[in-house]
Design a binder for this molecule. Structure first.
Ligand SMILES: Cc1cc2nc3c(=O)[nH]c(=O)nc-3n(C[C@H](O)[C@H](O)[C@H](O)COP(=O)(O)O)c2cc1C
Length: 325
């Protein structure tokens, strides 16, 4: 599949996740096989009004490409203005490979502003936003949608067609409805339906967490690529596993040494980006996830969540991993 200059067979995407997919997570996932990553969602309005906290969220450095910056908002003119800012490289960074538009966020605060998944109830507005952004920048524009608003309103195909007609280059589809939030299971038949409805690439998303779920997503939907979110938190190895599965190669086991070094590498990426104090505070929930499934993991994870320095995080990780040797 292709998004602008990015071309790959069955690419693996890191899903955008607010509070998680910072530069450190994007880099570690790239290292373990993600082909393309995304920033978390960034408010178009905040970028345009030069909010100091928002610009760094949209900052990409050259070693992260290919990657997209995701914008959310509801006013086509403001999102187009924000896209122009992003296309020039935000906060001293470089232009992304693509600009992704969020039409899937289910959070009440966002939806009540008519943003995120609320826009799936107005396919014409999706078209107006995509069209404004496509006109404003020369970068490819992608959209991330859900299956629909609720079980009675599964209109992903209609929204995807509207986005395609307005110039979108690809569809990322999380196959849950807004009313499901993250509960229940993703409805893969919606991905199949959207795939049949548009000619641009359709990337399947929702509950891909290992070789088996990746094979199932592909077999049941015929999608052009896979997007993985929650399963990659504390486990960037999921990309390596899925890639091996798609090639029919043996799945490499994840060793404890690897868990430790990946957790520390991710933390070091974060420290280089944000300084130790902020990085440890923001990344410890992710570091703790690296212990998932190990003996007494819950107790160690609680300790990590109180750690204040890299040294403390490393000592707790080592102790937890040694216990499971
Ligand atoms: C904590 C969290 C934050 C998220 N933030 C975003 C976001 O900023 N933009 C977006 O489009 N989707 C967001 N999502 C949705 C994910 O991108 C993805 O669609 C969803 O988690 C389903 O994929 P998964 O089953 O692989 O996790 C978020 C999900 C979670 C769990």
């Amino acid at each position: 599949m292709k998004i602008g200059d990015f071309k790959r067979d069955l690419p693996l995407f890191l899903a955008p996740m607010a509070g998680y997919t910072d530069r450190a997570m994007r880099l570690i996932c790239r290292r373990f096989g993600a082909d393309f990553t995304e920033s978390e969602m960034v408010s178009a309005r905040a970028l345009v009004y030069q909010d100091r906290k928002s610009a760094p969220l949209a900052r990409l450095l050259p070693d992260e490409l290919p990657a997209a910056v995701q914008l959310f908002g509801s006013d086509p003119a403001i999102i187009a203005e924000a896209a122009k800012i992003v296309a020039c490289g935000t906060a001293g960074g470089v232009a992304p490979t693509a600009i992704d538009l969020n039409f899937g966020c289910p959070v009440r605060k966002i939806v009540s502003n008519g943003e995120g998944s609320a826009l799936m109830r107005e396919p014409n507005k999706i078209a107006a936003i995509v069209s404004a952004v496509v006109k404003a920048v020369s970068l490819p524009v992608t959209v991330k949608i859900r299956a629909g608003w609720d079980a009675a309103e599964k209109n992903a195909a209609e929204c995807a067609r509207a986005a395609e007609a307005a110039g979108a280059s690809a569809i990322f589809l999380h196959a849950r409805t807004r009313s499901q939030f993250y509960a229940g299971s993703a409805d893969l038949s919606v991905i199949r339906e959207v795939k049949a409805a548009v000619r641009i690439p359709v990337v399947g998303n929702g509950d891909v967490s290992d070789a088996k779920s990746a094979r199932r997503m592909l077999a049941e939907t015929g999608c052009d690529g896979l997007m993985i979110g929650r399963a990659a938190v504390g486990c960037p190895f999921v990309f390596r596993e899925v890639r091996a599965a798609l090639k029919g190669a043996p799945i490499p086991p994840v060793t404890n040494v690897e868990r430790l070094s990946a957790a520390l590498l991710q933390l070091d990426f974060a420290i280089a980006d944000k300084g130790e104090r902020v990085a440890v505070m923001e990344s410890r929930k992710q570091a703790a996830q690296y212990l998932f499934g190990l003996r007494d993991a819950a107790a160690y994870r609680r300790r990590i969540c109180e750690a204040k320095t890299r040294e403390e995080v490393e000592a707790i990780l080592r102790a937890a991993l040694e216990k499971t040797e």
